[in-house]
Write a protein that binds this ligand. Structure first.
Ligand code: SF4
Length: 434
C-alpha cells in the first residue's frame, strides 16, 4: 500500500503522467412530483418520493497534479467498456512514454468465489496476493471464523474517525435493502423432504471409508468427505430454521407448509423490487448523514422494516458509544411502537407515516354513507374536545383503540339526536346508536 501511496507523490511529468481511475454504479432516479424551485426566503423543495429508472456506470479518471479529469457514463461495466475507457485515457496522453494508472478498487466484490476468480487473472488482485492463488473456501472460512475480530476492527475504525471529528453522529439516516442469498428457489424444501435428504446424508457419511484406504487421491477424498459433512450440517440447520419459522408464523399462515433452503438455511423468501419472490436477506444500514460513513450494519430475516430501528440503534451505540440525537427513516419504520420507543430514548425521529392501502372512506362507502357525511364534514373543537356534525349536533369522545400502528379515537352523537335527524339514512344508515 505504501508503494501505491508513493506513486501519488511523484512530481508532475508529462512524459510519465500518473492517472487515477475508478468506476462506480449509480442509480438513476426521477421525481414523481414537480420540485418547487428556491425563491426569496424559501429553500428549494423536493419530495422524498422518487421513481427508479435503472442503473448506469460512471467511469472517472483524473490526473490530480495537472487538474485534469475525464468522465464517461456507460450503460454497463463490461470488460469491453473498461478497455474502451482505458483507450480513451491513453489517447489523451499521446506524447507520454508511459502512463502510470492507479486503479482504486472499490468494486464492491463480496463473493468469495468471485474474489478467488479475480485473483487468477486480474493484475490488481494478483498484486495484492503476490500471485498466490486464494481458495474461495479459505476466504469464506476466514470471514466466518473471524467475525468478532472483523466487528472489532469496524468499531476501531469508527472510533478513529470519530476522534478525528469525521463522524459527528448528529443525524443518522437508516434504511434496509434486500440482498439476494446464495440459494436458488428450488433449494427450498418442506419438512418431509428435508428429513429424507438428511437420512440419506447420514447414510452417506456413515458409508464413507478411511480416505487413506480409497483409490482416489487423499485430497479428492477429503474434499468429498467435507462436502458430505457440510451437506448434512446444512440440512440439520434447515430443519432448525423450519422450526423457528413455524413458531413465528402468523395465524393466517398456520395451514401453509413452511419450506427452508437446503443450501442457505437462514435465507428467507422475500418480495423483490421487480415483483418476483426470491431467497434473500435484509441488510439494515445506518449512515452518518454528514460524513456519509456507515456507522452500523445488521442482517435480518424479516422482509419488512417494522421493529428494525431499535436493534439498529443498539448497534450504533455498541460501535460509537452513544446514540444519535436524530434519525431519519422511511415509512417502513414509523410504527406506533417505534415512535414511542424513540420518544423514550429522546431521539428525534423523522420519517413518513405509512400510506393506507385502502382509502379510509371505503368501509363508509360500502355501508352506504353519503360523501357529504364523511369525516371531513365533521368539525373538531379542540377547546371542548367535541366534534360538530354537518347539522350542528355535538359528538362526544367515547373510546380510543389501537389499530396496527394507528390510534383510533371514537366520537359519538346522542342516539336521540340522530333518530330525530332528517339525514340519518345518509349519515349513519342501519344504526340506531347515532
Ligand atoms: S345522523 Fe346524527 S350525526 Fe349524522 S348528521 Fe344527523 S344528527 Fe348529525
Amino acid at each position: 500500500m505504501e508503494m501505491v501511496l508513493d506513486v501519488y507523490k511523484r512530481p508532475i511529468d508529462p512524459i510519465y503522467p500518473v492517472v487515477c481511475m475508478d468506476e462506480s454504479p449509480k442509480q438513476l432516479i426521477a421525481e414523481t412530483k414537480v420540485p418547487i424551485p428556491a425563491s426569496p426566503g424559501e429553500v428549494a423543495k423536493h419530495d422524498y418520493e422518487y421513481r427508479r429508472c435503472g442503473v448506469c456506470n460512471v467511469f472517472l479518471a483524473c490526473e490530480p497534479l495537472a487538474g485534469k479529469r475525464t468522465v464517461k457514463i456507460t450503460e454497463r461495466k463490461t470488460k469491453l467498456d473498461w478497455a474502451c475507457f482505458i483507450e480513451e485515457i491513453a489517447g489523451q496522453y499521446e506524447s507520454a512514454e508511459k502512463i502510470t494508472l492507479v486503479d482504486a478498487y472499490k468494486e464492491g466484490v463480496s463473493s468469495a468465489r468471485e474474489i478467488a476468480r479475480l485473483c487468477e487473472y486480474h493484475p490488481a488482485y494478483q498484486w495484492l496476493t503476490g500471485l498466490e492463488v486464494v481458495n474461495y473456501h479459505t476466504l469464506a472460512d476466514f470471514r466466518l471464523c473471524h467475525k468478532e475480530d472483523l466487528d472489532r476492527l469496524f468499531s476501531e475504525v469508527l472510533g478513529v474517525l470519530s476522534y478525528e471529528g469525521l463522524v459527528t453522529l448528529k443525524r443518522v439516516m437508516h434504511d434496509g435493502t434486500k440482498v439476494k442469498a446464495s440459494a436458488s428457489d428450488k433449494s427450498f424444501r418442506r419438512r418431509a423432504t428435508l428429513k429424507d435428504h438428511l437420512r440419506l446424508a447420514h447414510e452417506q457419511v456413515e458409508q464413507m471409508g478411511d480416505p487413506r484406504s480409497e483409490q482416489l487421491s487423499q485430497r479428492v477424498s477429503k474434499a468429498r468427505q467435507r462436502a458430505l459433512r457440510e451437506k448434512r450440517e446444512r440440512l440439520e440447520k434447515a430443519l432448525k430454521e423450519l422450526e423457528k419459522m413455524e413458531v413465528s408464523r402468523s395465524e393466517s399462515s398456520k395451514k401453509k407448509q413452511m419450506r427452508a433452503s437446503t443450501t442457505d438455511p437462514e435465507a428467507r423468501v422475500m418480495l423483490q423490487p421487480k415483483g418476483a419472490y426470491g431467497p434473500s436477506y435484509k441488510v439494515q444500514i445506518s449512515t452518518d448523514a454528514q460524513a456519509k460513513i456507515i456507522v452500523g450494519v445488521g442482517v435480518s430475516q424479516s422482509a419488512n422494516d417494522t421493529g428494525e430501528l431499535e436493534p439498529a440503534l443498539e448497534r450504533i451505540e455498541a460501535n460509537m458509544g452513544e446514540n444519535p440525537p436524530q434519525v431519519v427513516v422511511d415509512a417502513g419504520y414509523t410504527t406506533q411502537d417505534t415512535i414511542e420507543a424513540m420518544a423514550q430514548k429522546q431521539i428525534d425521529l423523522i420519517g413518513a407515516l405509512p400510506e393506507r392501502r385502502k382509502a379510509p372512506w371505503d368501509p363508509l362507502k360500502r355501508r352506504g354513507v353519503s360523501p357529504e357525511f364523511y369525516p371531513q364534514a365533521f368539525k373538531y373543537d379542540p377547546g371542548t374536545d367535541h366534534y360538530a356534525c354537518p347539522v350542528g349536533k355535538m359528538l362526544v369522545f367515547e373510546t380510543q383503540e389501537q389499530q396496527g400502528g394507528w390510534q383510533r379515537y371514537r366520537y359519538r352523537a346522542r342516539a336521540s339526536d340522530c333518530r330525530a335527524c332528517a339525514f340519518q339514512a345518509q349519515c349513519c344508515p342501519g344504526t340506531k346508536k347515532g
